[in-house]
Write a protein that binds this ligand. Structure first.
Ligand SMILES: Nc1nc2c(ncn2[C@@H]2O[C@H](COP(=O)(O)OP(=O)(O)OP(=O)(O)O)[C@@H](O)[C@H]2O)c(=O)[nH]1
Ligand SMILES: [Mg+2]
Length: 467
């Protein structure tokens, strides 16, 4: 990958659509574009005002006999562009052909096909964005909920980078105070250990606050993975259908209907709920081979779930299998749904809570009959919101949502703990430097000021071509 190459790519998805946008970035962008685009106002492309769209005809090799399309072309001269280099965009007609033909022409005239994420990588290398901004760009493209989008935009606007930089400044302040006192003992008073300890604790609070926001940030970005589990025939598929307002899962009164995992995405309070319906769990001996495989898949899903909905049939006494399933969900966030409460039943929520050792507010009564409206779904949505969102998502706050960033912050916290231990064991101050340097460099990894090439590669490998 050469940095001075001029790169080109189609930036919009391929397919039928009103417009498609191609991007060129690099020193040669204007001269390459000029080979095929002719402004209708007669001026050469090189005389176009920067950042102004101009209608052009686009021809193969600039030959008027061989038209490809009419396109709006905009030149964004360096450094006022996304990448910091001169960028030219062609806004041509969408569909499968025009943009592809223009791209071929650009490549033939000296541009190179951009690699995935190369435009954003150049923006980063040219100081147009830091790594949190680059990653936020990707999160905006991938967002599937309004709260997730809001968090990504806040990060793009620099809120996360600001929070990290504020902590870095605190580390720099304490490090430089110690070193100034060591270098100029006459002029700078050596700080007392209590003073340094207090500063360390403030730094730690800042790091902990960001790390503590990760669980919510991940939910905002990826949604709440929720798995419905229970014995066969209790109504799991009926719940998936009722909550998603679809007929997605087959519902019959034959136990063992669902074999594969069925997934639907819904919206709940501004985040996405990834709802998974699974094969009913019963003794492997009672189930046939396909069902057994389905049961194994159910347990796989449980491992990765944020929330398990354990469903119990209210028309039957709570049995050993229900208890076994409940025991297998130990340690997972779980709500119990007492389903089929529209039918006459002798099982109460209190009995379920007692038998399964659940708090009573973790047991909800539902009904998802084939005919007639479902019941209890609003209470279920409220309970999920209470667990994951209420009081946890504060307006305007930025949440850490990226494992790479979290891992760097964990490294920073470990290094700070080492520095704190050294301080507490009365080590000479100059022994704190190494650990404080590690704190700084780990914090710098988050924004990209101190970073190795392979981390940059890892970040940008997630991007698509054209971004
Ligand atoms: N009356 C009533 N019937 C229900 C309710 N929920 C489900 N059913 C019926 O119970 C039967 C089983 O429902 P499913 O949704 O297929 O149950 P499941 O838990 O997915 O079953 P498996 O896929 O076999 O594990 C169907 O006949 C449903 O119509 C309910 O709340 N009330
Ligand atoms: Mg089912």
């Amino acid at each position: 990958m050469k940095l001075h190459d001029t790169i080109a790519a189609i930036a919009t998805p391929i397919g039928s659509g009103g417009i498609a946008i191609l991007r060129l970035s690099g020193d040669q962008s204007e001269s390459i574009a000029q080979q095929l685009a002719t402004p209708l106002n007669g001026n050469p492309l090189s005389q176009l005002e920067s950042h102004k769209l101009t209608l052009c005809t686009v021809h193969e090799g600039g030959n008027p006999e061989k038209p490809i399309d009419r396109a709006l072309v905009v030149v964004m001269r360096s450094p006022r562009s996304f990448t910091g280099e001169t960028v030219v965009e062609f806004h041509c007609h969408g569909g499968f052909f025009a943009a592809g033909r223009i791209l071929e022409e650009l490549l033939q005239n000296g541009a190179r096909m951009a690699e995935g994420g190369e435009f954003t990588r150049r923006a980063f290398l040219n100081g147009k964005t830091d790594l949190t901004g680059a990653e936020a760009t990707m999160d905006i493209i991938d967002a599937h909920s309004s709260l997730g989008l809001g968090n990504a935009v806040r990060s793009l606007n620099g809120q996360l980078a600001d929070a990290i930089n504020k902590i870095r400044e605190q580390v720099i302040a304490v490090t430089s105070h110690i070193s100034a006192a060591a270098d100029y003992p006459e002029e700078v008073e050596t700080p007392e250990p209590e003073v340094i300890a207090k500063q360390f604790s403030e730094i730690r609070q800042g790091i902990d606050a960001l790390l503590g926001s990760f669980d919510t940030g991940r939910i905002l970005k990826e949604g709440i993975t929720t798995v419905i589990v229970g014995r066969p025939n209790v109504g799991k598929s009926s719940l998936l259908n009722a909550m998603s307002g679809t007929d997605r899962a087959i519902v019959t009164n034959i136990p063992g209907t669902t074999r594969d995992v069925i997934e639907e995405h819904l919206h709940l309070g501004g985040v996405s709920l990834r709802l998974l319906d699974t094969a009913g769990i019963r003794n492997h001996e009672e189930a046939d081979e396909v069902e057994r495989l389905g049961i194994d898949r159910t347990m796989e899903q449980v491992k990765d779930a944020d929330l398990c909905l354990l469903m119990i049939d209210a028309t039957q006494p709570i049995c050993e299998e229900d208890q076994r399933i409940a025991a297998s969900l130990q340690g997972k966030q779980t709500l119990v749904l007492l389903n089929k409460t529209d039918l006459s039943s002798s099982v109460t929520a209190q009995m379920v809570a007692k038998t399964l050792s659940m708090p009573i507010d973790g047991v909800l009564c539902t009904a998802t009959p084939k005919e007639g409206p479902p019941q209890g779904l609003q209470a279920l949505e409220n309970a999920i919101s209470a667990l994951f969102l209420d009081g946890k998502v504060q307006p305007g706050q930025v949440y850490l949502s990226n494992t790479r960033q979290r891992d760097s912050l964990l490294k920073a916290r470990d290094a700070l703990s080492r520095a704190t231990e050294a301080l507490e064991s009365d080590m000479p101050y100059d022994l704190l430097y190494v650990d404080l340097e590690d704190v700084l460099s780990a914090l710098g990894e988050v924004t990209g000021v101190t970073i190795q090439e392979e981390i940059i590669d890892q970040v940008f490998s997630r991007f698509c071509v054209g971004k």
